[in-house]
Design a protein around this ligand. Structure first.
Ligand SMILES: Cc1cc2nc3c(=O)[nH]c(=O)nc-3n(C[C@H](O)[C@H](O)[C@H](O)COP(=O)(O)OP(=O)(O)OC[C@H]3O[C@@H](n4cnc5c(N)ncnc54)[C@H](O)[C@@H]3O)c2cc1C
Length: 456
């Protein structure tokens, strides 16, 4: 025990505080398999905002860093342990506090799982849009921490677009509210939008007011297979040009198709170099009309086959195929999922660059992702313990980041800079922008106790 942990026990005798090495070990990692994190000093699992606030006051007093954590599914090491820091797990603050139909908002604690919120609002005929592929296992707090994206951002935006107001605990323990229930609100700086995506480095979210929508009509689903990955990219660019606004526009390449098919034996076309999953949730015949335009974009780009799901269960399966992509790659070895993005018109160039870079560095790479957003997940895979392959993958990633930046894109579309992409933030954002970020961090967390070593 340390004076800080002693003080925590004395001040908050009912707080669940784990200090055994075996418990601390289980909170060392998030899902970022290639990242080597530190060992938490202790793990606190509070149930109220008051507890979070008291923990932060003591952390400030004892100069002890704090790592906020939701469900630990992050892919940039954001919730991964830091030596000597307290890991603060928000998963027991998991109540849906209110579903306000009159204002189309839900008020939730941060530990609510995305899937549980979706199900609860769906039961009221409403829709919570943010939809990461991990929605069944990740928390709203983690989604806010990373500004998570997902499968339907192409039409409904990212997590930031769904957050109206937050209750946050500052580094010194003060509790403040940002924003409100209003659709329009320009009173002062938007602290809400500053905190969303800050990966626990500026404040800890203890409550969120989220925007709901009326439930959209059932989706119509289409699958198109392509002879080259570039052709798939060209179809995406053509759809954007044509003004098609699908609610899902996802891509999988040859290696990912094979990995999913080997696992679940779905009879996917393994001779194809890529597939697109395209969905429309427009009402009535408008969905048909939208998919007809998408179909002609695919055909013009050279699609070898195009099929439509005939019943909802078939469509669910096709969606599931895409959601299984990362787990399928993980079955092949250590899987390092990257998260690059480019303006949508340049998606074909990004796809070609990924293939070129993987081949030049002699690493296996399967690519899938949110093609409609220009956001791809090239996933490098190597055998566990093959240090030379891991080094080649590292070199490939660095070249990939440079290629994305050169296309006017980003080194991370939705997973965050976290611990793993820090060296590339300045290359993308520029030194002056990073200096402004550092000034904000210093103003809100002058002692640097919130999630040190992440983002900046
Ligand atoms: C199979 C798989 C598929 C995935 N698909 C997607 C996808 O489609 N789109 C996508 O965006 N991501 C995806 N992810 C990544 C991950 O699920 C998301 O980043 C998710 O938002 C993390 O939520 P979490 O609860 O696990 O948060 P954690 O991993 O625990 O934390 C994430 C970050 O948020 C911070 N944080 C957590 N809670 C709080 C809080 N209360 N206050 C302040 N900061 C906090 C943490 O410090 C950390 O920096 C996927 C991951 C997996 C394993």
């Amino acid at each position: 025990m340390t004076p800080f942990l002693d003080a925590l026990r004395a001040t908050l005798p009912d707080l669940r505080l784990l200090t055994d090495e075996i418990d601390r070990e289980s909170y060392r990692r998030d899902e970022t398999a290639h990242h080597e994190p530190g060992l938490p000093l202790g793990v606190a699992i509070p149930t109220t905002t008051d507890e979070v606030s008291a923990i932060l006051r003591l952390a400030t007093e004892h100069r002890t860093p704090v790592v906020p954590r939701g469900e630990g599914t992050g892919l940039s090491g954001g919730a991964a342990g830091v030596d000597g820091a307290l890991t603060l797990v928000l998963s027991r603050m998991n109540r849906i506090l209110e579903i306000d139909r009159d204002n189309l908002v839900a008020v939730v604690q941060p530990g609510v799982l995305n899937a549980d919120l979706k199900a609860a609002v769906a039961a009221e005929g409403l829709f919570y849009a943010p939809d990461p592929a991990s929605y069944e296992i990740c928390s709203i707090g983690g989604n806010i921490g990373t500004n998570a994206g997902g499968l339907c951002c192409v039409k409904y935006g990212v997590t930031r677009d769904a957050v109206l107001s937050l209750e946050i605990v500052m580094a010194d323990g003060r509790v403040i509210r940002t924003g409100g229930r209003n659709v329009k609100d320009v009173a002062g700086y938007s602290l809400t939008h500053l905190v969303v995506g800050s990966q626990g480095t500026l404040a800890i979210v203890t409550e969120a007011t989220l925007r709901l929508r009326p439930a959209p009509p059932p989706k119509q689903t289409m699958l198109a297979f392509f002879p080259t990955i570039r052709a798939a990219g060209q179809a995406v660019a053509a759809m954007t040009r044509a003004g098609v606004e699908p609610c899902t526009l996802e891509l999988m390449d040859r290696m990912t198709i094979a990995a999913v098919d080997d696992w679940h034996h779905l009879g996917l076309d393994r001779s194809a170099a890529g597939l697109l999953l395209i969905e429309s949730d427009r009402p009535g015949t408008a969905a048909d009309a939208e998919l007809a335009i998408a179909e002609s974009c695919c055909a013009e780009a050279g699609a070898t086959s195009i099929t439509r799901a005939t019943e909802p269960m078939e469509a669910d399966w096709l969606r599931q195929v895409r959601r299984l992509a990362f787990r399928a790659m993980e079955r092949l070895g250590v899987a390092r999922m990257e998260d690059v993005g480019a303006p949508r018109s340049r998606l074909p160039e990004l796809l070609v660059a990924i293939e070129r870079i993987a081949s030049a560095h002699d690493v296996q790479c399967g690519t899938f992702g949110h093609a409609g957003d220009g956001n791809l997940h090239p996933t490098f895979v190597w055998e566990r313990g093959d240090a030379a392959a891991e080094e080649r993958a590292q070199a490939a990633c660095e070249e990939l980041y440079r290629a994305a930046i050169a296309l006017g894109g980003t080194v991370t579309g939705e997973h965050g800079i976290g611990a793993t992409r820090r060296p590339f933030l300045e290359a993308q954002a520029g030194a002056d922008a990073v200096a402004v970020m550092r000034a904000i961090k210093a103003a809100l967390d002058p002692l640097g106790i919130l999630n040190p070593g992440k983002v900046l």
